[in-house]
Design a protein. Structure first.
Length: 297
């Protein structure tokens, strides 16, 4: 086991969000999230847009400075679905490396899932067997103690493919649901004792359900979302324009374009798992990656 006092910084370059965690494995010095929509349009063009890259690099420059100011000893940047699929990934990674002081590592969906599972369980005491679901912008991970399955559908991808309008037409909602049912048809989990949901979609849905004017992370962490709650949120979000969605209490306005696709995915995940409740964790991929970087076993 390595030193638990080493200060590390971990950056998650996601399809929709950029995230930074600074920790020494005992105390968390800070956690930041900025929605940049890096992967929007990748499904259609096969490349990251210059606009989304420029917005993202601005955030990564800030993250790099935060790590320097905090005296971080080791840095790690992990990149997921959008970067896996982008033809111009390497030029983007060059710019990201200059901003962060470390080159992003492209990780598989399976590795992403392992990090999410380890991180999620570090802050909770769930009743097993545990299944962790991580709804990202480009993929959704299903993880148990024995297996990690990454499915190529996420909030940005589903929005690009099936939900061009806000509010959506009934036929678009139906198309999205059919797409999710087909995409998740190969997901097989033997038994679900506790279903744990991690990352921005789950925490945002929990914050909205709690009716907070500002996301209260201490209340969100460890809260429970029922399948009925998720279905009610889907109906509510389906009736709103983007402008109306942006002002929902508890929701980061930048998440407005992806929260309806996220709610539909959350509903499909729970239905596929046969889960009536989801335990929400604020600990996730960042925490699992930080534990590995520090050497905590």
């Amino acid at each position: 086991m390595g030193s638990a006092t080493m200060k590390v910084g971990v950056v998650d370059i996601g399809t929709n969000s950029m995230r930074l965690l600074i920790t020494d494995g005992v105390e968390e010095m800070g956690r930041w999230v900025e929605v940049t929509g890096l992967g929007r349009g990748v499904e259609e063009t096969g490349s990251l847009s210059e606009e989304s890259m420029a917005t993202t690099i601005q955030v990564l420059v800030d993250f790099g400075q935060r790590m320097s100011d905090a005296g971080v000893e080791r840095r790690l940047a992990i990149a997921t679905s959008a970067s896996r699929d982008a033809a111009n990934r390497d030029p983007f990674f060059n710019r990201a490396e200059a901003a962060l002081g470390v080159r992003p590592s492209l990780i598989t969906g399976s590795k992403e899932g392992r990090y999410a599972y380890r991180g999620a369980l570090s802050g909770l005491d769930p009743i097993g067997p545990v299944v962790v679901s991580d709804i990202g912008g480009g993929s959704t991970e299903f993880v148990t103690a024995e297996q990690s399955l990454s499915v190529d559908i996420g909030t940005v991808r589903l929005g690009d493919r099936a939900l061009p309008d806000r509010p959506p037409r009934d036929v678009e909602i139906e198309r999205a649901r059919e797409m999710l049912e087909s995409t998740f048809s190969d997901v097989e989990v033997d038994e679900v004792g506790t279903h744990v949901g991690v990352a921005g979609t789950w925490t945002s849905l929990a914050a909205i359900a709690l009716g907070r004017s500002e996301p209260d992370l201490e209340r969100v962490h460890g809260s429970v979302l029922g399948l009925g709650d998720v279905r009610e949120l889907t109906v509510r979000l389906s009736a709103l324009t983007l402008e109306e969605t942006r002002v929902i209490p508890g929701l980061d306005p930048k998440r407005a374009p992806v929260i309806l696709p996220g709610a539909l995915i959350a509903e499909a995940v729970m239905s596929r798992l046969g889960s009536t409740e989801t335990l929400i964790s604020e600990k996730d991929t960042l925490d699992g990656a930080a534990m590995e970087l520090i050497g905590i076993r």
